[in-house]
Design a protein around this ligand. Structure first.
Ligand SMILES: Cc1cc2nc3c(=O)[nH]c(=O)nc-3n(C[C@H](O)[C@H](O)[C@H](O)COP(=O)(O)O)c2cc1C
Length: 226
């Protein structure tokens, strides 16, 4: 039997904001967007099974010198009062684009809590010591996987990657896992925001949108129409 087609036009999930029904200016924890991000991240973390749900998966958009935007998911590995960090290969497509143009945007979407967060700003490379420290904390299999791949390069077939992995697995067995060192081109980026938008879905479609925009050293807060 054929699988019935999905009636896309009539998909309408109900939003149930039992925790915090509306995003009201007077209830915001503070006028600091990092602290509101922290509150929202903790909220979704407390309601998720972190073994299966990658609440730190975030869409990253970049635009290189050809001015064509491209997006992909990355895993957020840290957020601090200055910005948002992730790790990747500096010679990947995104790496080249960020070299050409450091402006980038991140998009978090947490359907469980009907919330979206947009972050826009400029990236800087993280110091190599941080990349080494994080690389060394990763499981051996992840390190072998990353090191087997020249990210974003064309490869002839899957077997090509499997043989790289087999070579590195042999090396680790012979010399120990410390032999799987961080590739020079593998490192971190830190996105320093100038714009945040916190979106909370409402079933009546009058969604809340609160923007924080940096003006020199202060954050200006405004509400946008949904
Ligand atoms: C949930 C998820 C998490 C990912 N995390 C990362 C990551 O942290 N770093 C990374 O380089 N790629 C990550 N990827 C792979 C990227 O989406 C992408 O395929 C890869 O970075 C190459 O992108 P580029 O060719 O645009 O540079 C992830 C993919 C998914 C689906």
């Amino acid at each position: 039997m054929d699988t019935p087609s999905v009636d896309i036009q009539n998909i309408r999930a109900k939003y149930n904001n039992s925790q915090e029904p509306y995003l009201l200016e007077e209830n915001l924890p503070t006028t600091d967007p990092f602290s509101l991000f922290d509150t929202w991240f903790r909220d979704v973390a407390s309601q998720s099974d972190l073994t299966f749900e990658e609440i730190n998966a975030v869409s990253l958009s970049t635009v290189g010198k050809d001015l064509r935007p491209s997006s992909r998911m990355v895993l957020l590995k840290a957020y601090t009062p200055t910005g948002f960090s992730f790790f990747t290969n500096y010679t990947s497509r995104k790496g080249h684009q960020l070299e050409e143009n450091p402006n980038a945007a991140m998009l978090f979407y947490w359907p469980k809590v009907n919330r979206q967060v947009r972050v826009e700003g400029v990236v800087e490379k993280l110091p190599d010591e941080m990349a080494v420290a994080y690389w060394n904390s990763r499981p051996l299999a992840s390190r072998i996987g990353s090191k087997s791949s020249l990210q974003s390069e064309v490869v002839p077939n899957r077997q090509f990657l499997e043989s790289k992995k087999a070579e590195l697995t042999d090396l680790a067995e012979r010399e120990g896992s410390h032999a799987i060192t961080k590739p020079t081109a593998w490192g971190g980026f830190h996105l320093i925001p100038r714009y945040f938008e916190f979106w909370q879905g409402q079933s009546d479609r009058l969604h809340d949108r609160i923007v924080f925009e940096r003006d020199m050293d202060i954050w200006l807060l405004k509400r946008l129409s949904p």
